[in-house]
Ligand binder design. Structure first.
Ligand code: PLP
Length: 396
C-alpha cells in the first residue's frame, strides 16, 4: 500500500473528501509537501498558527520543556512552572475578574468545563446558545452547537438548551432566573464570520447580570489578536464571566482553557471535590509552547498591523463572482453563489499553493484566516491567487 492508501485505511476518516496533502515541513506562513512544493497557509491550520508555523522561540521552548519533564501527574496536583507562568501571563493581559485558568486538552473540553462551572455556580441547568455556533464536537459542546443537521444523529443530547439567532432580541428576553449561562462566540466563526452588534452584546451582558446568569464567551477562534484586539470582547466594552480559549493558545501544541475569577473557579473544589478532572490538561510542553508563542505575538506588536491588513483584504477581494466579503481583522469569509463553485475555487487555490477551506455552516464561503505575521505583500499575493482561481473556474 502507498502512503495515501495507508492513510485511508488506518486513519479514521470523518471527512468524505479529505484534502490529503502530505506535508513534511512547515515554517512561518508556509507548509511544504513531500515533493518540496510550498503552500501558503491562508487558514493557519484553523486559527492555530497565529505567529506562523514552527517559530524558533516556540520550538526552543518545546525542546527545553520536553528535556526537563513532560507528564508528571494528573492536572492541578503539582506546581508545574510552565502552567503557572503561562496562567500568570494570561491573567496579566486579561481583565482582573479573569484571573484563574483551567487548562484543558482542547477547545471542546474548555466548553465542557465552562458549562459545568456555570451549572455548579448557579445551581441551574438552562443554557442559551445560538444558531450557527460551534463550540466543539463532544456531546456537551454538541448540545450547544447551533445546527440540527450535525446534532441530530447523536441525540439524546443535553436537555434544557435553547438556541436563538445570533443578534436576535429574543435571546435577551429568554435570559431569566432559571438560566445558568449564555454561551456565544464573541465573533461567530462558522457562520462565515458574523459580528454581534454592540448594543445586542451589551444587552446580553446586562440581562445576565440582572438574572445572575453567567456569560461565557468563546474566543477559541477569535482570540489572540485575530480580530484586531488581543481579545475580541474588548471591542464591545464587556467582560465575560468565563472566557474560552484554544487553538492559538498552545502555539501549535494542543491546549485549551476556560478562564474565570478565582471565586467562581473555586466552586469546582467542593461538592463534589475534583469538579473537573483531566490527565493531560495543561500539559507542560503545551504550556511552554503557548507562552512562547504569546510572547512573540506581544514582542512583535502584531496587533498594530491588523487594521491595515483588514483594509487590504477588503480592497483586494473584489470580483463579480464574489457576492460579499465579511471581515473581522485578519479574518475573512468570501461568499460565492454555492458550495460547488466555492469548492472548485478552493481546489484551484490549493493547486496554486494556497491552503484555504470553507466554513461549517456557510459552505459557500471561502475561509481566510492567515497567520498574523503574513505581510501586506503576501496577503495581496494570496488575494491575487484567489482572483485567478475564480477566473479559471469561471472559464472551465
Ligand atoms: N469553539 C470554537 C469557536 C471553535 O472554532 C472550535 C474548533 O474549531 C472549538 C470551540 C472546539 O475546539 P477543539 O477543536 O480544540 O475541540
Amino acid at each position: 500500500m502507498n502512503q495515501r492508501q495507508l492513510f485511508q485505511q488506518h486513519i479514521a476518516q470523518t471527512s468524505p473528501a479529505p484534502i490529503g496533502l502530505e506535508i513534511v515541513k512547515a515554517a512561518g506562513i508556509y507548509q511544504y509537501d513531500i515533493q518540496g512544493k510550498a503552500y501558503m497557509d491562508l487558514i493557519s491550520g484553523f486559527s492555530v498558527a497565529n505567529i506562523g508555523h514552527s517559530h524558533p522561540n516556540v520550538v526552543a521552548a518545546v525542546q527545553q520543556q520536553a528535556a526537563a519533564y513532560m507528564h508528571l501527574i494528573v492536572y492541578g496536583e503539582f506546581i508545574e512552572s510552565p502552567q503557572v507562568a503561562y496562567a500568570k501571563l494570561l491573567a496579566d493581559y486579561l481583565p482582573a475578574t479573569l484571573n484563574c485558568v483551567y487548562f484543558t486538552n482542547s477547545g471542546a473540553e474548555a466548553t465542557e468545563g465552562a458549562m459545568k462551572l456555570a451549572k455548579r455556580v448557579t445551581g441551574r441547568s438552562k443554557i442559551i446558545s445560538f444558531n450557527k455556533s460551534y463550540h466543539g464536537s463532544t456531546q456537551g459542546a454538541l448540545s450547544v452547537m447551533g445546527d440540527e443537521y450535525w446534532r441530530n444523529a447523536f441525540r439524546p443530547l443535553l436537555p434544557d438548551i435553547y438556541h436563538y439567532d445570533y443578534n436576535s432580541p429574543d435571546a435577551i428576553d429568554a435570559i431569566d432566573s432559571q438560566t445558568a449561562c449564555v454561551i456565544l462566540e464573541t465573533v461567530q466563526a462558522e457562520s462565515g464570520i458574523t459580528k454581534p452588534s454592540t448594543a445586542w452584546l451589551q444587552s446580553i451582558r446586562t440581562a445576565c447580570n440582572n438574572h445572575c446568569a453567567l456569560l461565557i464567551l468563546d474566543e477559541i477562534q477569535a482570540g489572540f489578536g485575530r480580530t484586531g484586539t488581543l481579545w475580541a470582547f474588548e471591542q464591545y466594552q464587556i467582560v465575560p464571566d468565563i472566557l474560552l480559549l484554544g487553538k492559538a493558545l498552545g502555539g501549535g501544541m494542543p491546549l485549551g482553557a476556560f478562564i474565570a475569577s478565582h471565586a467562581l473557579m473555586s466552586t469546582l473544589t467542593h461538592h463534589p471535590v475534583l469538579g473537573h478532572i483531566s490527565t493531560f490538561g495543561g500539559h507542560p510542553v503545551s504550556c511552554a509552547a503557548g507562552k512562547a508563542a504569546f510572547e512573540v505575538l506581544l514582542q512583535e506588536n502584531l496587533l498594530a498591523t491588523i487594521a491595515e491588513k483588514e483594509k487590504l483584504l477588503q480592497q483586494h477581494l473584489v470580483h463579480p463572482a464574489i457576492l460579499s466579503v465579511q471581515t473581522a481583522g485578519i479574518w475573512a469569509s468570501v461568499r460565492f453563489s454555492n458550495f460547488e463553485q466555492n469548492q472548485q475555487i478552493i481546489h484551484r487555490c490549493i493547486e496554486k499553493g494556497l491552503i484555504t477551506d470553507w466554513f461549517l455552516f456557510a459552505p459557500e464561503c471561502l475561509r481566510i484566516g492567515p497567520p498574523l505575521i503574513t505581510t501586506n505583500q503576501q496577503l495581496i499575493h494570496a488575494c491575487d491567487i484567489i482572483l485567478q482561481a475564480i477566473d479559471e473556474v469561471a472559464l472551465s
